[in-house]
Write a new protein. Sequence first.
Length: 463
Amino acid sequence: MSAVLPASQMRADAEVDVAIIGAGACGLVAALRAVEAGADVLVLERDGKPTGSTSMSSGFIPAPATRFQRAIGVEEDSPERFAADIQAKAKDRADPGLVASVSETIGPALEWLADRHGLAWIVLDDFLYPGHSRHRMHAVPEKTGAALLQRLATAADAAGVMVATGAHVTGLFADEGHVRGVRISRADGTEEHLSCKALVLACNGYGGNADVVAQHIPELDGAQYYGHAGNQGDAVLWGQALGADIRDLSGYQGHGSLAHPHQILISWALMMEGAIQINTDGRRFSNEHGGYSEQAVNVLGQPARVAWNVYDRRIHEFAQSFPDYRDAMEAGAIRKASSASELAKLIGVDEPVLSETLRTIAALQRGDAADEFGRDFTTKPALKAPLFAVKVTGALFHTQGGLMVDGDARVVAADGKPFANLFAGGGAARGVSGPDVSGYLSGNGLLTAIALGYIAGRGASRA
Ligand SMILES: Cc1cc2nc3c(=O)[nH]c(=O)nc-3n(C[C@H](O)[C@H](O)[C@H](O)COP(=O)(O)OP(=O)(O)OC[C@H]3O[C@@H](n4cnc5c(N)ncnc54)[C@H](O)[C@@H]3O)c2cc1C
């Protein structure tokens, strides 16, 4: 049971300048920054091998005005434009200071990771995610979160960052709001106490804690959580005990396109390229270009809580650039049919209804009518046989509420004053998506993991 304990109960078995809880993107970036500033750093990771939600992710990181963008001809981007996109998606309900801070920091952070730590970045320029006005999604060349985490871990190792694995932090020692150290519980039942001068909470959110999810996100009570199971909300629980300012607990990233029952992410890029979602009656039910996060709730609202993504060969071929999609093909999740009637039989939907749906979107594509859900079909070619389909469901990917932090990524108390030596980033901190599912702009997760990790690492090394 995680707890905040009186500092008087701590017997320091060891001491470091900066302790960091969690070896995902946030924790490793914070560690690289703190080590570079000369601090003695220890990252504490509950798992035997660090993976986190970072390695489950697609690894796409939005960043404006980088030299990687300029190299492919994307000139007109800026932190201000990016901040405006974030706030437009969040309907202006994200904290403006936090939005400005992460929008300004993420570009320099990615360039620093390249220059100082050898990470290579490509910019995805073949499609735009909903709400992004520029091509600014960066990824490592493998285009996976697993490769991103591996590259960060390799960089951390080379920089001399120590990572203790199998080190489950089950308590913080604090007095009068000053953190003195942490309690580490080992699998064999033993405990160690580590004293630290500063602590960074990089242990993500509460997606893995069904009770906390049910309390704050009732619409997803009982829905599948497809993030890292070890993210049990410890940062929020410790923050509550310490009197921290905690915001947006009802905010989260959902996803409306998780192959079912295979549990493989089918990229939303397919929708942006022209795919549609239909329910088991064969009908569309939403504007697929609204955003994949809110689409989780739309899909879960359909019969049997599933939908079918339907598209054609052009999109099927484009999708094969995504490793997850290739995994889905290998797992047998992708169905193919030579005509609409064959597809209807194959996926068990009513043939006249599916044919009518396809006739309607063909008319929308020609611009003959306006979509009842508001999607513009005219920008992409019409779907043509053969047709492909994959059954998907909606899921919770990660939570967006968390600890309010200041411009130095220091956790802020309910009275507005920052804690002197407690920092947070990534899923542990309040995100920039506002208080509900629709506010999540694609990439907001790794954005705050890397940008706040970058800020917190420097701040913690000075604390
Ligand atoms: C399928 C999927 C796809 C995604 N795709 C993208 C994407 O393309 N772009 C994007 O921006 N975001 C994406 N996200 C979200 C993104 O993965 C997260 O926002 C991001 O990885 C959070 O990073 P983090 O470092 O805060 O947490 P994590 O990477 O989850 O790391 C937290 C670590 O803390 C450890 N930990 C937790 N509690 C303790 C404890 N008490 N003691 C010790 N260790 C502890 C955990 O084991 C874990 O290793 C995706 C998420 C999912 C699930």
